[in-house]
Design a protein around this ligand. Structure first.
Ligand SMILES: NC(=O)C1=CN([C@@H]2O[C@H](COP(=O)(O)OP(=O)(O)OC[C@H]3O[C@@H](n4cnc5c(N)ncnc54)[C@H](OP(=O)(O)O)[C@@H]3O)[C@@H](O)[C@H]2O)C=CC1
Ligand SMILES: O=C([O-])C1=[NH+]CCC1
Length: 318
């Protein structure tokens, strides 16, 4: 490899060298979420392009961002193909280009699946920190990549007494539950989504469901929900009653205007961005049901890629 060639970092390299650690990732994501909600030039993040490919049931997103504080300029190209599991591939596949912000030269090309997996869970952890009203029971609907990263990240942050897992195919819920138990967590698999979320303090929905899997009437007052999945759209997993009763926050209102148009058209109010709460410009009512409607932000990918790059250079003494 020529000295000035970009680094190429695969998901396996990121995993095996532990280049993305929650202890550094979560504060970086919190800062990025806060910066997005300041009226400043700290973050430049145009609304992403989201290209549906209906004939192949796939989506391609293009996500550029710059974070001045992190000196991170990057662009992620990411696809979502729900049918990939049958082909032995992750549903979410991505590539991140990290640039030298002063010259625009590419400094690294990275697989984007690890980044997407962990930065999404980190954003939910930050939202949970600012919106939750109890951390005894975590209920997760879904048992795929995001379900697993959310179980580990939220438990790392809050130390739940119990982690409950439901999936539309029970055997997959059992499999994730066994993996969590092997890692020393107190996990239980549920056959019924309603039973799984009963009296839960924090709930995660992380599926490709295109119709509601979580109903408002099942949830206790004050519960906090991280709604992560994007089936037909980003608000398919929760029923209208839940959206109507909850206080809803998102990561970026700029994207919400288009990506959550279906909710806004129903007259549902989005209170603001999680960054507004971090910055103290809005205050959360934790005794209400709260929803973090996660869309995913390019700046989260940019700061994650910069963390990975810096860590790699440190351990390889580059
Ligand atoms: N907000 C954000 O920033 C991000 C959001 N996402 C979204 O999160 C969701 C999960 O992604 P990921 O974990 O990587 O995907 P996986 O394919 O790893 O997991 C998908 C999960 O959804 C379940 N599922 C699939 N179809 C349905 C259905 N019709 N009804 C109920 N459950 C279903 C699967 O169950 P089974 O395997 O048994 O079929 C599995 O548990 C996706 O919608 C994805 O687009 C992903 C990354 C970032
Ligand atoms: O932000 C992201 O990377 C994604 N959101 C939905 C699928 C991938």
């Amino acid at each position: 490899m020529a000295d000035n060639a970009p680094l190429y970092l695969t998901d396996e390299c990121i995993r095996s060298n532990k280049l993305l650690q929650l202890a550094k990732l979560i504060p970086a994501i919190q800062n990025a979420m806060a910066s997005v909600s300041k009226n400043s030039d700290e973050v430049i993040q145009p609304p992403r392009t989201l290209m549906q490919i209906p004939s192949l049931s796939g989506v391609l997103l293009s996500m550029p961002a710059f974070s001045k504080n992190d000196d991170a300029l990057a662009c992620k190209l990411v696809t979502a193909y729900p049918g990939n599991a049958d082909k032995g591939l992750p549903s979410i596949l991505g590539t991140v280009l990290l640039f030298d912000p002063t010259t625009g030269k590419v400094s690294a090309i990275m697989d984007g699946t690890e980044i997407t997996t962990w930065r999404t869970a980190a954003a939910s952890a930050v939202a949970t920190k600012y919106l939750h009203n109890g951390t005894a029971v975590l209920a997760i609907l879904g048992s795929g990549t995001q379900a697993q990263s959310h179980a580990e990240t939220l438990d790392y942050c809050f130390g739940f007494q119990q982690i409950r897992i439901w999936n539309h195919r029970f055997e997959k819920a059992q499999k994730l539950t066994e993996e969590l138990i092997e890692k020393g967590k107190s996990a239980i698999a549920y056959q019924s989504a309603e039973e799984c979320v009963k009296n839960a303090d924090v709930i995660v929905t992380a599926t490709f469901a295109s119709s509601p899997i979580l109903r408002g009437k099942w949830i206790k007052p004050g519960a906090h929900i991280n709604a992560v999945g994007a089936g037909i759209n980003h608000h398919s997993e929760l029923d209208a009653e839940l959206y109507q009763t909850a206080h809803i926050y998102t990561d970026t209102m700029a994207s919400a205007k288009t990506e959550l148009k279906g909710l806004l058209d129903l007259g549902i109010t989005i209170q603001g961005e999680v960054g507004d709460i971090i910055n103290g410009t809005k205050s959360a009512e934790r005794e209400r049901i709260t929803v973090f409607q996660s869309l995913g932000m390019a700046v989260e990918d940019a700061v994650s890629a910069k963390l990975i790059y810096d860590e790699y250079k440190k351990i390889k003494k580059l």
